[in-house]
Design a protein around this ligand. Structure first.
Ligand code: ADP
Length: 741
């Protein structure tokens, strides 16, 4: 600082050198380079804390050859080098040297990448060699010691050589450095690139719908990890997944394999739901959902109690038997609800092929598991309530024995290891609660029947239907059709008419359909015509349901000869049948018309034989039957009729025709007849009595042996009717004929 102050007073020139070691605080004269520069001090700025900043401009190189210690500073004796002192170089050589420096510097700048544009431009424009060398040297980011070398190189040739050498070396170093960087970067970039490409590839595949087997397999594997199943099953699925991985995604085999894996993964191997064992809860649910059916409900509750007390395998399988629409399916559903069980329905109607129950082998095209396993898959738990609907409608043909397959399903000894052809692994059915339904007992294959406990669901009386309709069906249909209870009212009388004149069935299915029809019409009126409230009465019922469909069976007005009313049981419940007999002169032939089955025809012959055997008592000639033809006809020929239970009816009609005595119009009868006139029991008593009651009969003759059934028939049916239990035809004749011999 003192040197600067001194310089400022005389000529403002200073001599500047660098010290050899930058780190040294007090280098002394020996620690300094000899070659430095002479510079003009342009500006001195005093800052705080005794700091002075000076701006200098170098003018020449100078070499110190001696130092003189003044009190405040050191003075140097120097030898100045001037540009005038520089050697004389030929013009061409100078130009060549300039160009060499310029070109090399451009190269260097390019490879370095961070040299400013202004520097480059300046270099390009400087044609004086000495200046160019100094300028470039100044702007090269190199170490001090290197720069010192440049400073010390006094002659142009020397300096030029040195600078060019440095530039080239730097270029080399930078090139190597860049190469390294590049290589490292390349390696990093390759990884990055691969990652991005892979991501893109999976996206493209997804977009194209080319399911990548790999991700599916992974998906299956993760599902398998979460599956609760036995080791055997796990191994099997694992094997299949591995196989799947090896198959091309587009092959049909892959679809098969996929279906198989998915089926296995979805089966509830060990998954169970918790049962509700509370019987009073079950009772409540059953009562809420169904009107009447007391016996059925009671049996069901008993059955559930037994099930709670014993182990599952010991309780027999329940089979609900009864005409269609009597609530069998719906009771089963209620039981599932009461027990908090999953409910699945397996429809067996029309199943003829064993494979529908046991599944197809996977080698078949479109192979599937059987209905039982499919049901289990739908249920999602291994202990659902499975309804085997219409078990009486299975049949066997050449494709194997369906009932044998069902037997295996229902047999508690075997069903813990049920083998489905498709699944190929034992499936445990022992936790499933099976309930079967059937329309008639006769059609259930015998071996199956042995495994089941039958609960009979009988037809409903008019009163039952009335209550069911009012308390259950109407509400159901209203909700289904979006009509509020306040918007549609059906009067009791109208309801009775619907039951009587628009339906003829044992159950309530048609009735429900009719109510649905009314609700739909009402919905239209409410929505379109903005009607607020509708009342369906007896008088406007036809607007909703059209003309009456059925007429009531009614008893004939007067007693007639040769006409007797019988009772029959059909799939839609009981009906009354009018049997007519005509006798005309002929050759002793028997003519039967009205679509009668074989059993009925034989029953008619038995009747004639019996009447012939007793005709003498009625004063009829022995030859009478040789000289007359007897014609028996049962109207409503569209309905096939069969069975022996019209025996006594036909016999009585023949007797009446032959003896020309009238039969009471208000009596109906049912019973099989033997050659000796004994009356044998019949089935479907309840339905038959119901039909008699509806037709307004006063007296009904039923076989004595059916007396036990009478106890089970409610008062509602028998009320107002005289029920005669008969053992012999004599009793029938006595009750039905106005005048006896
Ligand atoms: P099934 O299986 O015997 O042929 P469904 O169970 O299908 O008959 O019954 C037909 C319809 O009648 C169902 O909507 C059912 O809810 C109803 N139903 C039958 N019986 C009753 C009843 N006792 N109480 C209430 N609804 C009943």
């Amino acid at each position: 600082m003192r040197a600067v102050q001194a310089a400022m007073t005389e000529g403002q020139r200073v001599f500047l050198v660098t010290q050899k070691d930058v780190e040294q605080e007090n280098p002394g004269i020996d620690g300094l380079y000899r070659m430095g520069i002479v510079a003009n001090v342009k500006q001195v700025i005093k800052l705080q804390n005794d700091i002075v900043r000076i701006l200098v401009e170098g003018t020449n190189r100078a070499e110190a050859y001696g130092y003189e210690d003044r009190e405040d500073y050191v003075e140097a004796q120097i030898l100045c080098y001037d540009s005038d002192d520089e050697e004389e170089l030929p013009q061409q050589a100078q130009r060549a040297m300039v160009m060499a420096v310029q070109e090399t510097f451009v190269k260097y700048a390019r490879i370095h990448g961070k040299i400013g544009q202004d520097v480059l431009q300046k270099v390009g424009k400087t044609w004086e060699l000495s200046k160019l060398l100094d300028y470039v040297g100044n702007n090269l980011p190199i170490r001090y010691s290197e720069k010192q070398k440049l400073l010390e190189a006094v002659s142009l040739t020397e300096r030029h050589e040195l600078l060019l050498g440095m530039l080239l070396q730097e270029i080399e170093v930078l090139a190597i450095k860049n190469d390294f960087q590049h290589k490292v970067q390349e390696r990093v970039e390759k990884h990055q690139k691969e990652y991005v490409l892979r991501e893109q590839m999976s996206l493209i595949k997804e977009e194209l719908g080319e399911n990548n087997t790999e991700s599916d397999a992974e998906n299956y594997e993760s599902k398998l990890a979460g599956l609760d199943c036995s080791e055997e099953v796990r191994e099997r699925i694992k094997k299949e997944i591995n196989r799947f991985k090896g198959i091309s995604a587009n092959s049909s085999e892959s679809t098969v394999s996929r279906g198989y894996i998915e089926t296995l993964l979805e089966l509830p191997w060990n998954k169970m739901s918790q049962d509700n064992r509370d019987l009073s809860h079950a009772e409540k649910v059953l009562d809420e959902d169904h009107y009447g059916l007391e016996k059925v409900k009671e049996r069901m509750i008993e059955f559930l109690a037994v099930r709670n007390l014993t182990s599952k395998g010991e309780s027999p399988i329940i089979c609900l038997v009864g005409p269609p629409g009597t609530g069998k399916t719906s009771i089963a559903r209620s039981i599932a609800k009461a027990l908090d069980k999953k409910y699945v329905r397996v429809s067996l109607g029309g199943v003829r092929d064993e494979a529908e129950i046991r599944g197809h082998r996977r080698t078949y095209v479109g192979a599937m598991p059987g209905r039982i396993v499919a049901g289990l898959r739908t249920a999602g738990v291994k202990n659902p309530l499975m309804l085997l609907d219409e078990i009486d409608k299975v049949s066997s043909d050449y494709k194997g024995d369906t009932s044998a397959a069902l037997l295996e399903v229902l047999d508690s000894e075997q069903n813990s290891k049920f083998r489905d052809h498709y699944v190929e692994l034992p499936v445990d059915l022992s936790e499933v609660l099976f309930i079967a339904t059937a329309n008639s007992v006769q059609d259930i294959p015998k071996p199956l029947l042995d495994r089941m406990e039958l609960i009979e669901v009988t037809s409903y009386t008019e009163n039952d239907k009335f209550h069911i309709a009012k308390e259950h069906l109407l509400d159901k249909q209203l909700t289904k059709n979006g009509v509020k209870p306040s918007q549609l009212k059906i009067t009791d009388k109208a309801m009775q008419d619907i039951i009587r004149f628009y339906t003829r069935e044992a159950g309530v299915r048609d009735l429900e359909r009719k109510l649905g029809e009314i609700c739909r019409k009402a919905a239209k009126q409410i929505y379109q015509d903005k009607v607020k409230e509708l009342r369906v009465t007896r008088s406007n019922l036809e607007d909703y349901l059209g003309k009456k469909k059925y007429r009531q069976d009614t008893k004939n007005k007067k007693d007639e000869v040769g006409i007797v009313r019988g009772l029959a049981w059909t799939s839609v419940g009981g009906v009354t049948l009018e049997i007519e007999v005509n006798v005309m002169p002929g050759k002793g032939e028997l003519v039967l018309t009205g679509k009668l089955g074989d059993v009925m025809k034989e029953s008619a012959r038995a009747g004639i034989s019996y009447i012939r055997s007793i005709s003498e008592a009625y004063g009829i000639d022995a030859d009478y039957f040789k000289e007359h033809d007897i014609h028996i006809h049962i109207p409503e020929g569209a309905v096939p009729k069969d069975g022996p239970s019209a025996g006594i009816t036909m016999a009585l009609a023949i007797l009446s025709a032959v003896t020309e005595q009238r039969v009471r119009a208000d009596i109906a009868m049912t019973g099989e007849i033997t050659l000796r006139g004994r009356v044998l029991p019949i089935g479907g008593l309840k339905e038959k009595l119901l039909a008699a009651k509806n037709a307004g009969m006063h007296t009904v003759c039923v076989p004595k042996e059916n007396e036990k059934d009478l106890d089970e028939i409610s008062e509602e049916i028998t009320e107002g009717m005289e029920i005669l239990t008969v053992e012999h035809m004599d009793q029938v004749i006595k009750a039905a004929m106005r005048s006896n011999p």
